[in-house]
Design a protein around this ligand. Structure first.
Ligand code: ZN
Ligand code: ZN
Length: 345
C-alpha cells in the first residue's frame, strides 16, 4: 500500500456486513445524509474493515485502503463513467488534493474522511468504472499547489479543493461558506459554462440519482405561509409566525451568508450559507443565492446554483471539457493562480 486512507462509513440502524473473497459488503449504507437525495444502499468495498461502536450506540465502519484506490471509487461515485476524460482527470486531481489535506487535518475522530457528501462521496466498488480508474492512473500523485504561497514563501501547500454541483453563473469566496479568511485560490470567478450545458452532457456527467434534480442553475421554491412557518419553527422552535426574511449580507456571487428571519415571537440571524439552506427547507435548499418575495400569503425564493459555490463548478467543468478545454485549463479557471505538482509520498 502507498499512502493509506481511513474512511468512515455510516450504516443504519447498525452495521450488517458480509465478507466476500477479496472484498466485503456493507448493507444499508446511508448516503446523501441530510440532503434531498438522502437514501440507503448496499455497497461493496476493498481493503480492511474495522467496526467501531460509538458512545451513542451507533456503529461506524472504518475502511482502510490505498489512497489511489480510494480515489478510483470517489471519482466513480461523484461522476458518471461517461463523463469527458478531462473532467474526470480534473476531478481526480482535486479529490486527491482534498483527501491529502483531510489526512493532515481530519474532520472526524478515528478516521480521515467520511464516505458521504460531507467529505467526498465514496461508494465502494459497485459504481467503479474503468474510465474513472484511467483518470486516476493518468494523473497519479498530482495535486494542486497554492501558487501565491509558493511565490511568497516557497512553501508547497496543497490546495483545499472545494467543489459543488453548479455555481449558477458565478462562483463564491471562502468566507461566505466557512471561516473568515481569504483563500487566494478560491476567488469569485465568472462561469458561463454551467448555464449553457446541454441535457445530453448532463446525462453523461451526473449519476442517476443526481439527475432527479432539475432546474439547478435557476430555480424557484414556493411556500404557503403555513408551510414556511412549519419549516422554520421545526428548526427554531417558538419563533412564531414568520413575517420577514431579510438578507443582511451576500458573498461575491450573491449567496446570502447572513439572513434575518423575523417571527412574531422573536427573530434569528442565521449564517453562513449552509445554515440558511437548512433553515428554509425541510431538507436543504439548492443554494443560498436567492431573492425573496412575499405576496398573497405565498413566499417565493428565486435562486441560482446548486451547492456552496466555492471552488470548482462540476457542471461548468463538464461543459468546459465538452468544449475542448484540458484538465489543466479547467483547474486553473476555477482555482485561481494554482499549479499542478506531485504529492510527496
Ligand atoms: Zn465527513
Ligand atoms: Zn458554473
Amino acid at each position: 500500500m502507498g499512502i493509506a486512507i481511513k474512511v468512515g462509513i455510516l450504516t443504519a440502524p447498525k452495521i450488517e456486513f458480509e465478507q466476500l473473497e477479496h472484498t466485503f459488503l456493507l448493507k444499508n449504507v446511508r448516503i446523501g445524509i441530510g440532503f434531498h437525495w438522502d437514501r440507503h444502499e448496499d455497497q461493496e468495498f476493498q481493503g480492511e474493515l474495522e467496526i467501531r461502536t460509538n458512545p451513542d450506540g451507533t456503529q461506524t465502519a472504518i475502511n482502510t485502503l490505498d489512497l489511489e484506490d480510494y480515489l478510483c471509487s470517489v471519482i466513480s461515485s461523484e461522476m458518471n463513467a461517461n463523463s469527458p476524460m478531462e473532467l474526470l482527470k480534473a476531478h481526480a486531481v482535486i479529490s486527491r488534493s482534498w483527501a491529502m489535506r483531510a489526512m493532515e487535518h481530519p474532520n472526524h475522530e478515528g478516521f480521515h474522511v467520511c464516505a458521504d457528501d460531507h467529505c467526498q462521496r465514496y461508494e465502494g466498488l459497485l459504481r467503479m468504472n474503468e474510465r474513472a480508474v484511467q483518470a486516476v492512473r493518468e494523473t497519479a500523485g498530482q495535486v494542486l499547489i497554492n501558487g501565491e504561497r509558493l511565490a511568497v514563501s516557497g512553501e508547497r501547500e496543497i490546495c483545499d479543493c472545494r467543489y459543488y454541483k453548479c455555481c449558477g453563473g458565478r462562483s463564491e469566496i471562502w468566507r461566505t461558506c466557512w471561516e473568515d479568511i481569504d483563500v487566494p485560490y478560491i476567488q469569485s470567478v465568472e462561469c458561463p459554462y454551467c448555464g449553457r450545458v446541454s441535457a445530453q452532457t448532463l446525462r453523461l456527467v451526473l449519476n442517476d440519482y443526481d439527475q432527479e434534480t432539475k432546474d439547478f442553475h435557476d430555480w424557484k421554491v414556493t411556500y404557503t405561509d403555513d408551510e414556511l412557518d412549519g419549516i422554520v419553527n421545526a428548526r427554531y422552535p417558538g419563533i412564531g409566525h414568520i413575517t420577514a426574511l431579510e438578507p443582511l449580507h451576500r458573498g461575491a456571487s450573491g449567496r446570502i451568508d447572513s439572513l434575518r428571519i423575523t417571527g412574531t415571537n422573536r427573530s434569528e440571524i442565521i449564517g453562513k450559507e449552509l445554515n440558511i439552506r437548512y433553515a428554509l427547507s425541510k431538507k436543504c435548499l439548492y443554494s443560498s443565492w436567492f431573492e425573496v418575495s412575499h405576496a398573497n400569503s405565498l413566499w417565493t425564493l428565486t435562486g441560482h446554483g446548486w451547492g456552496h459555490g466555492a471552488g470548482l463548478c462540476q457542471i461548468g467543468a463538464a461543459q468546459m471539457a465538452t468544449e475542448g478545454y484540458s484538465y489543466e485549463q479547467i483547474l486553473s479557471h476555477y482555482y485561481v493562480g494554482t499549479r499542478i505538482g506531485i504529492a510527496a509520498k
